[in-house]
Design a protein around this ligand. Structure first.
Ligand code: XMP
Length: 537
């Protein structure tokens, strides 16, 4: 398989220099929320390379280190003296202060968490239109004691006499706190003020423009070639397919593998609603029997994952071969060696995947989660990754822009192996049916209670190997428990159990035990992650 191309940097974007903490992605997202394009680059990138990207502004992120620590990430002076507007944040504020000749000291007055900043509003670019006292979120041990020459101090906090400075002439700004976190009351406004007033950027990164630009890029990349795309019913593959479809129409064929491990209504959502809304050419492969027989007798979750991944790839490859066969003789490659007419495979890789696998400076590893089990090395397609500059929330906005059905755009994450890893025990057609019905009730009630966007996802798990005693009508029953696992999370790396209101839980429980035969007990999982994972298997 050929490597995907790195994202092309767009002149005029905002470069977010990552100093090593987890803040860079958040800053980049907040900049995008202000409708300005942003890219993350590692602090190890040379000033020359940064400036070669012709950024409209540079933001120096926070970092875990003290500027005095051994091996603390440094800043080349050229970054702050090249005439490009710069905003330093936290650690970035301190390295910037030092590079400009200010003084940074260890004061012994550490500030972690919430504190109050007094800001000078009058004549300030960053704080214009904001209250003179604001709650800000801090995390620092060192502090800037003296602002660099030419910079005006515009804020202080109990632990930081110089908590912000500004120099409109050189367009250099900095804040000691984290404007990107929501606990900083006016943080987004500080960023917007920097971008629009300080750097003079005219915001144009809107979903309408983004969709248009991506469509143009795809058209240029694909030319006359044919493209295939594996649809899962999830947000990423659906939006990627909708974009490619908008760009090259019937040169695209989508493949949807129905492995029988889907939830109620999902296959129909893709087969009917998605096709109707976007007009894509869709091939549906009914592989339910095949997956069930491959899973027969298997209870071990990792074994299930392997089998599901393997079968998925086989079915997908066969479908791809069928498409190639159907279009034989229409190839455009003309090099005699790779003369197959389907040249491109669409992948729903997102910007965070790109950043995490090399900061956009190298090529992305395809996460195996994207394809259930990863695609084989020797797959003879080139990858087209229309979403590789986008964050998840932008993917959703672009999806809405393209008319992808809301039920798909706002879909909660659902694992590739589907209900296969939500049955603790062997997967059988009967058990899938039980789980599907219980899951549909839980989803229906959570949606009715308008909780969908508060909940990251809510696995419903069938404990198929556990029997529980119940009483219904006059008789004792001997059924199975299901577990409700509602979680709140930002990225699935950590999660907390969602405090779903009791009356909603009561309705779910009573409906499931009444409407789903074989389930006589509903239990609630109240474990955070860590220590528990989100899924049970
Ligand atoms: P855990 O259970 O590890 O889940 O806390 C974190 C996120 O990953 C999803 N998940 C999977 N997704 N294939 C997938 O495509 C898998 O095998 C898989 N296992 C877990 C899970 O739903 C959650 O969003």
């Amino acid at each position: 398989m050929t490597e995907p191309v790195p994202p092309t940097s767009r002149p005029g974007g905002v470069l977010v220099v990552d100093f090593g903490a987890q803040y860079a992605q958040l800053i980049a997202r907040r900049v995008r929320e202000a409708d300005c394009y942003s890219e993350i680059v590692p602090h190890t990138m040379s000033a020359e390379d940064m400036l070669a990207r012709q950024p409209a502004a540079i933001i120096l992120s926070g970092g875990p280190s003290s500027v005095y620590a051994d091996g603390a990430p440094a800043l080349e002076e050229a970054v702050v003296t090249a005439g490009v507007p710069v905003l330093g944040i936290c650690y970035g504020f301190q390295v910037m202060a030092r590079a400009l000749g200010g003084s940074v000291e260890r004061t012994g007055r550490r500030e972690y968490g919430q504190t109050t900043a007094r800001v000078r509003v009058d004549g300030s670019t960053l704080f214009d239109g904001q209250p003179p006292e604001q709650v800000v979120w801090m995390s620092h041990g060192d502090a800037v004691l003296e602002a660099p020459e030419g910079c005006t101090v515009t804020a202080d906090t109990p632990g930081a006499p110089v908590a912000a400075f500004e120099d409109d002439e050189r367009r250099l700004y900095g804040v000691q706190w984290h404007p990107e976190v929501l606990h900083s009351a006016h943080g987004q406004q500080v960023l917007v003020n920097f971008l629009t007033r300080g750097a003079g950027i005219r915001p144009s990164w809107t979903s309408e423009n983004v969709a248009e630009e991506l469509v143009d890029q795809i058209r240029a990349q694909v030319g006359e070639d044919r493209v295939i795309c594996g649809l899962s019913g999830g947000v990423d593959s659906s939006v990627a397919a909708a974009l490619v479809n908008r760009a090259v129409g019937d040169q695209l064929t989508c493949v949807f593998v129905d492995h029988g491990l889907l939830r109620q209504g999902e296959a129909e959502q893709v087969e009917q609603d998605f096709v109707e809304a976007t007009g894509v050419d869709l091939v549906v492969v009914d592989a339910r029997e095949r997956f069930l027989s491959a899973l027969a007798g298997v209870s071990d979750p990792e074994e299930k994952r392997k089998i599901i991944g393997r079968e998925f790839i086989r079915v997908f490859e066969q479908a791809a071969r069928d498409i190639v066969h159907a279009h034989e003789g229409t190839g455009q490659d003309g090099d005699g060696q790779h003369d197959h007419p389907v040249r491109w495979l669409v992948q729903g890789t997102l910007y965070p995947d790109v950043v995490e696998s090399g900061g956009g400076t190298g090529t992305a590893n395809i996460k195996s989660h994207h394809n259930v089990g990863g695609l084989p090395e020797d797959l003879q397609f080139e990858l087209i990754e229309p979403l590789r500059t986008l964050f998840k929330d932008e993917v959703r906005q672009v999806g809405l822009e393209l008319g992808v059905p809301e039920a798909i755009v706002w879909r909660q994450p659902f694992p590739g192996p589907g209900l296969g890893i939500r049955i603790v025990g062997e997967v059988t057609a009967e058990r899938l049916d039980i789980l599907r019905r219980a899951d549909a009730i839980a989803r229906e009630e959570l949606t009715a209670a308008r909780l969908d966007r508060d909940i990251w996802q809510c696995p419903v798990v069938l404990l198929a190997d556990v029997r529980s005693v119940g009483v219904q009508g006059d008789g004792r029953t001997y059924g199975h428990p299901v577990v409700l696992r509602p979680v709140s999370s930002e990225d699935a790396m950590t999660a907390d159990w969602t405090r779903v209101p009791y009356d909603v839980l009561a309705r779910i429980s009573s409906r499931i035990t009444n409407e789903v035969e074989d389930v006589n007990r509903v239990v609630l999982d109240i474990t955070s992650k860590p220590p528990g994972t989100i899924e049970w298997e």
